[in-house]
Design a protein. Structure first.
Length: 215
């Protein structure tokens, strides 16, 4: 009997993860059954359970994969001295993450933003998923904080701001941008890049004198 190649195994795993992601984006994690996933990917239960023990493992694998790719992109940026400025870095990382999943469609629109929205309420009832998310975002925050420290050492960013505060703000901006795509439709990453660039161009002391007198 011929051995199945690793390439075939990887492709089958990818097929299952992508099909499950579309199911979860469509109906949410709680309302999606493994039968729904089997129907979406067109495989038998035995073929799917060879890779994943159940819905919870599928969810964790999808989330871990996304956050792992984000962390790896920021760690690559750390190897540059100094790293690219925040607007360019965010656009590059988010563009890579969204581009890798652009084939996942739901009613003709990208499924990934809807999937991200579905993750958060599920963490309220699924402590294992919440733990995966905390660990993943913790590593992304740590990578961002190191990048901020590099900015500060290079004189690109004011030194009197806690790096973790910047890291949390950038993560919030990205998540908010993805949430907007789920609500309002797709938007290119250049929208977020340009918005950040405009905010970064404001001088540190920009309050007009008359406004400060009123305050």
């Amino acid at each position: 009997m011929a051995r199945v190649s690793q390439e075939h195994l990887d492709a089958r795993r990818r097929q299952i993860l992508d099909g499950a992601a579309v199911c979860f984006a469509r109906n949410g994690f709680h309302a999606t059954s493994m039968q729904d996933v089997l129907k979406e990917v067109g495989l038998s239960a035995g073929a799917v359970y060879r890779y994943f023990s159940g819905k919870e493992e599928l969810i964790a694998a999808i989330v871990s994969e996304v956050l792992g790719s984000v962390r790896a992109a920021f760690e690559d940026a750390l190897r540059q001295s100094p790293p690219p400025p925040p607007d360019e870095l965010v656009a590059a990382v988010l563009g890579t993450v969204l581009g890798a999943r652009e084939s996942l469609l739901l009613d003709g629109r990208p499924a990934f933003p809807r999937l991200v929205i579905q993750v958060w309420p599920e963490t309220l009832r699924n402590e294992e998923l919440a733990a995966v998310l905390r660990e993943g975002y913790g590593s992304v925050r740590a990578a961002w904080a190191k990048i901020v420290e590099d900015y500060q050492r290079a004189g690109m960013m004011r030194p009197d701001v806690e790096p973790d505060h910047v890291a949390r703000t950038m993560i919030a901006a990205v998540l908010g941008f993805i949430a907007q795509q789920s609500l309002f439709g797709p938007a290119p990453v250049e929208v977020l890049r340009d918005g950040l660039r405009a905010l970064m161009s404001m001088p540190g002391d920009h309050a007009p004198a008359e406004r400060s007198q009123l305050g």
